[in-house]
Write a protein that binds this ligand. Structure first.
Ligand SMILES: Cc1cc2nc3c(=O)[nH]c(=O)nc-3n(C[C@H](O)[C@H](O)[C@H](O)COP(=O)(O)O)c2cc1C
Length: 185
């Protein structure tokens, strides 16, 4: 389950909020496979994300075969250590833009929300993961057999953490959060 890691300030908060506050990117994994029931829970959480006009213009490929994992990683420098599972989060552009052109940006936002659900559910289950945008699209398309209209956007290695990172620094809240208006308190 979600644990306190070094650098976490002590907080009194409901468990659900603590979960959000304690997630960090996990990039190194043990070789313990992710159990099927956990994969099911995470994929259910993933597709429960909000979706503009409920179009769900997304598609996901869950990779657990060791050979495919090695191949994907070979073309994804952003995946720095071998995982036991990678979820390729893909955008279904035609489904997002059914009404003629509009909706692509919103569709990508929905995909990002689905990936966040994946990361948070992994964290809640004692696992971890990291969104990875650093990969070569064409080889990944070929390896995963993606149809032409499906665009891989993020690869998400997920697994049992070998180590957890301390919190990455955040910008000062006063600099980024405004109340009531831009120059409000
Ligand atoms: C769209 C996106 C792309 C990312 N791509 C990579 C990547 O290619 N490689 C990597 O190691 N981390 C990647 N990250 C993870 C960020 O580096 C990480 O979220 C950030 O440093 C904050 O750390 P935290 O997630 O532990 O809070 C990406 C994150 C996002 C949101």
């Amino acid at each position: 389950m979600a644990e306190q890691i070094q650098g976490d300030p002590p907080r009194e908060a409901p468990e659900g909020v603590k979960l959000l506050l304690t997630r960090t990117a996990v990039r190194q994994f043990t070789d313990q496979p992710v159990a099927d029931d956990l994969v099911t829970l995470m994929t259910e959480a993933m597709v429960a994300a909000p979706s503009a006009s409920n179009r769900q213009a997304w598609a996901f490929v869950v990779v657990r075969d060791p050979r495919t994992l090695r191949l994907v990683r070979a073309f994804a420098p952003g995946i720095i250590a071998p995982p036991t599972m990678i979820v390729a989060a893909c955008f279904d552009r035609p489904r997002a833009t059914l009404d003629g052109g509009e909706g692509a940006d919103e569709g990508l936002l929905c995909l990002a929300m689905a990936v966040q659900n994946l990361l948070l559910s992994a964290h809640a289950l004692g696992l971890g993961g990291c969104p990875v945008a650093s990969f070569r699209e064409e080889p990944i398309r070929l390896i995963l057999g993606l149809p032409a209209h499906i665009e891989p956007v993020l690869l998400v290695p997920v697994g049992h953490p070998a180590r957890r990172n301390p919190h990455a620094a955040r910008r000062d809240a006063n600099e980024v959060i405004h109340h009531e208006c831009w120059n409000g308190s």
